[in-house]
Unconditional design. Structure first.
Length: 231
């Protein structure tokens, strides 16, 4: 994997999040970016609907066949990545058939020797998984895993945020974001006054508190302000 090519492909994929609402076209472009960046020969996305995995997008007919087959079998890398919420990578004929007797043999018959699957995660749930297939028996590296997950996260974000927003809805979201920022600024002031901190350190303390509590930053800020009482 060429890190520079991968970084540029990832940047192009990120830009699609604000480019419009052509979800099928954008997903196709994202998968093609994976082919280019991660040196793979086929890529596809399965998503869960009504309790089963369905094909959402694929880079080629070969990818369509691979993804549909594992969805029908309920066996394969995307099935495992979706179920576990973690990445799956297997290389070589022996390991493929040992892990997935039927799907592994099908992969080999179609000329593929390596596979990687990344879960598509969103706010604590797994929406599906993205599968990457190589014809060569070249193992996927840690860098491959990192970039693959980034592409998968972008795909999940695209799917979840695909709905069109009216001007009023967009304005409401912006107003909510601005209100949250005001609360955060107030909390920084409270912490700075209470602990003799400058505003940068107060913000760091706020972020640390939210992280340790596994809470949203704005909720932690609101609690700090509320507990401080009238100012």
């Amino acid at each position: 994997m060429d890190a520079s090519i991968a970084a540029h492909a990832l940047a192009r994929a990120s830009a699609t999040l604000i480019a419009g609402n052509d979800v099928p076209g954008t997903l196709a472009a994202l998968l093609n970016g994976c082919l280019e960046a991660l040196d793979v020969d086929a890529a596809g996305i399965l998503v869960e609907t009504n309790g089963r995995l369905e094909l959402l997008s694929a880079s080629s007919h070969a990818a369509v066949e691979l993804e549909l087959h594992q969805a029908q079998l309920d066996e394969g890398p995307c099935v495992d990545a979706h179920a576990s919420g973690g990445a799956v990578a297997v290389t070589g004929s022996a390991d493929l058939t040992a892990r997935w007797p039927t799907f592994g043999a099908s992969m080999i018959d179609r000329g593929f020797q390596s596979v990687h699957a990344s879960p598509m995660r969103w706010q604590g749930s797994t929406l599906g998984a993205m599968g990457l297939f190589r014809r060569s028996a070249t193992p996927f590296t840690a860098d491959d895993d990192t970039f693959s997950q980034a592409f998968s996260d972008i795909a999940a974000s695209l799917i979840v945020s695909a709905e069109e927003l009216t001007t009023a809805e967009l304005r409401k979201r912006l107003e909510q974001a601005l209100e949250a920022r005001i609360v955060i600024e107030q909390a920084k002031g409270v912490l700075a006054e209470q602990h003799g901190l400058d505003m940068d350190d107060a913000y760091d303390q706020l972020v640390k508190t939210a992280h340790e509590a596994r809470d949203r930053l704005v909720d932690t800020a609101a609690r700090v302000v509320r507990e401080a009482g009238p100012r």
